[in-house]
Write a protein of this length. Structure first.
Length: 140
């Protein structure tokens, strides 16, 4: 793996880890379920961007990232279908929270998505074999 590719993968995984931490802070502080869903979704999104980058693939659309994950990783049985279901559910909830008026998200849904995002990220990190420590890449 080239140094440039490794740097990109580490950057994307760090974005994912930061998103998880932000989601935890939002939830623990009694903050917005909407924002916690957003951060949880983006943790999964960034981690999948790392996966598809390693394969030399890319897309500019969220639906494209979902499709590539399903086609290249779930259909090929690299990752279980439950990861795809969680990723799609988080995508749907994030869109609902961001674009629909009077969207109601429960604490239970929020916790389920956040906990699922943590597991999702760990599985992808394990697959990529690039453990990232948040302390190493803090930018201030």
């Amino acid at each position: 793996m080239t140094k440039n590719l490794e740097a990109i993968l580490e950057y994307r995984l760090q974005q994912a880890e930061d998103s998880i931490k932000e989601g935890e802070i939002l939830l623990d502080s009694g903050g917005s379920f909407r924002s916690t869903i957003n951060r949880s979704y983006y943790a999964m999104f960034y981690s999948v961007l790392a996966l598809i980058c390693k394969k030399g693939m890319g897309t500019s659309k969220h639906t494209g990232v979902l499709s590539i994950f399903d086609r290249e990783y779930v259909k090929q049985k690299i990752f279980p279908k439950k990861m795809s279901k969680l990723f799609h559910q988080a995508f749907y909830l994030r869109q609902q929270c961001d674009y629909e008026e009077f969207s109601i998200i429960t604490k239970e849904e929020t916790i389920e998505i956040l906990e699922g995002a943590k597991d999702f990220l760990e599985k992808i990190k394990h697959h990529l074999a690039l453990p990232i420590k948040a302390e190493e890449n803090k930018d201030g």
